[in-house]
Design a protein around this ligand. Structure first.
Ligand SMILES: Cc1cc2nc3c(=O)[nH]c(=O)nc-3n(C[C@H](O)[C@H](O)[C@H](O)COP(=O)(O)O)c2cc1C
Length: 184
């Protein structure tokens, strides 16, 4: 069985790209960027069709995935028609400025996309960091379960993102890798 993992993501300003890089590091997966026009190269579609797991990544803009990522999602209907992604593993992540910021809507939109394709969803499987002693750089400080959620303050550059969030992204990537290994 092919054990390739592809992380397909859009990032307008580089923050979600940084998260995607950590997910790729943890999973040993390949990054595939959705460009500013919402497109991926033809070879990217082949890589997705060949993957055993696809991890979706998008910033949260106005309470949902970016239009570029949605354009990619709609274009994946071609793969859906041929059931090319059925039974692949799937997971998702989003970054936004606010701690909440309606990120969950983005994650659930990715979950729905995965279910339309008949994919098997891998959630976080991590305990929350939600006690008085919790610190911003704890693992899973944003305490998301359905998918990876990270936050970068609106005035922070990509290189100022929380190390804890990036480590959480790394661990999420490792979790998807472990799931691929278990199924193969
Ligand atoms: C058009 C637009 C809409 C946004 N909407 C939200 C939002 O709904 N919730 C939120 O927390 N942040 C929102 N933000 C902030 C971005 O999510 C944040 O800057 C994020 O880090 C951008 O990721 P990127 O650098 O990968 O594009 C928005 C930013 C833009 C440009």
């Amino acid at each position: 069985m092919n054990k390739n993992i592809v992380i397909v993501y859009h990032s307008g300003f580089g923050h979600t790209r940084r998260v995607a890089e950590s997910v790729a590091e943890g999973s040993g997966g390949t990054l595939l960027a959705v460009d500013a026009e919402g497109n991926i190269p033809e070879a990217g579609w082949n890589a997705l069709d060949d993957a055993s797991a696809i991890i979706f990544g998008s910033p949260t803009y106005m309470g949902n995935m970016s239009w570029q990522f949605k354009k990619f999602a709609d274009a994946s209907s071609k793969a859906w028609a041929a059931q090319k992604w059925k039974d692949k593993l799937a997971g998702g992540f989003t970054n936004s400025a606010s701690i909440a910021g309606d990120k969950q809507t983005t994650i659930y939109t990715m979950f729905t996309l995965a279910q339309q394709h008949g994919m098997l969803w891998v959630g976080m499987g991590m305990m929350p960091s939600n006690v008085k002693a919790s610190k911003r750089d704890d693992i899973n400080y944003l305490s998301s379960f359905a998918g990876l959620a990270t936050a970068a303050p609106a005035d922070a550059a990509p290189n100022e993102m929380s190390e804890g969030d990036l480590q959480t992204a790394f661990l999420f990537g490792q979790r998807v890798r472990a799931a691929v290994e278990r199924l193969s």
